[in-house]
Design a protein around this ligand. Structure first.
Ligand SMILES: [Zn+2]
Length: 262
């Protein structure tokens, strides 16, 4: 009996201990499940957990609180539909689909659109005693790249570093694609120098150019708007009506285009 009891007892206690272990396992499993659920809940509560890698150093300093309103993304520039009013400057590149035909005036290629007006302007100037000549007209993007590269190389020869040479050259030479000469609607007069500013020819142009559809493109007082330093020798064809209006309003092309948009 004792033995029997003892066996039964042992079997019983074995069953009991298995049951206890199973209970303990179940309890452990349940506890683990709760912890796991809590972890998942906590992680899901952090909205950027899945998207952003954790930065090790990100927590060393509190993020500065910005009160500034974020700047709106500027809308891409839309060209005016009129061909004569095409804008090309430091920010606006010549459109890839811009088409032009050129004709040679006195050895210089210009856009056929302004050829006749240029002839009339030059004739009128001559009749009034001007010694005017066109030094530069249409220039391709490749040609502009070549001019810029030559200027950079010259500065490097003079001892500048490549980066300084490029930055310095870009102060006076437009990036390829950003020169108004690509349109064929711009001309540089005479010796393309600041002595032109004091000439009779410059005074005559300021007085008369608009009658033939031309405007001084980079006046001294508009440098901030045009992004180009004063260039008394550079004139731009915009057509008679626009030139006269711009002259009257005293606005540069950038300002004029903004006015037309309103
Ligand atoms: Zn020019």
């Amino acid at each position: 009996m004792h033995r029997e009891y003892s066996i039964m007892d042992r079997v019983g206690s074995h069953i009991e201990s298995v049951t206890r272990r199973r209970d303990a396992k179940q309890a452990l499993f349940s506890a683990f499940s709760v912890v796991a659920m809590l972890c998942v809940t906590a992680l899901l509560a952090q909205p950027h957990f899945m998207q952003e890698p954790v930065e090790v150093n990100a927590v060393t300093e509190p993020a500065p609180v910005s009160t500034a309103v974020p700047a709106a993304t500027p809308e891409p520039f839309r060209q005016n539909e009129e061909y004569d009013l095409i804008l090309v400057n430091g920010e606006v590149k010549i459109p890839g689909d811009f088409e032009l035909r050129t004709r040679v005036f006195d050895g210089v290629e210009v856009n056929t659109v302004m050829y006749d007006a240029l002839c009339r302007l030059m004739d009128a100037g001559r009749a009034d005693g001007c010694r005017l000549w066109v030094a530069s007209g249409y220039r391709s993007v490749d040609k502009q790249a070549e001019i810029l590269e030559r200027a950079v190389q010259n500065r490097i020869k003079d001892g500048m570093s490549e980066a300084d040479a490029r930055a310095d050259a870009l102060l006076t030479i437009q990036k390829p694609g950003h020169s108004e000469h690509h349109t064929g609607l711009a001309v540089d007069f005479n010796d393309v120098s600041y002595t032109f500013e004091n000439s009779f020819e410059y005074a005559w142009l300021k007085e008369n150019a608009a009658k033939y559809g031309f405007v001084e493109r980079y006046p001294a007082d508009k440098a901030e708007t045009t992004g180009i330093e004063y260039e008394p020798w550079h004139f731009r064809y915009v057509g008679e009506a626009h030139a006269k209006r711009m002259d009257k309003l005293g606005v540069c092309l950038e300002e004029y285009l903004s006015l037309l948009e309103e």
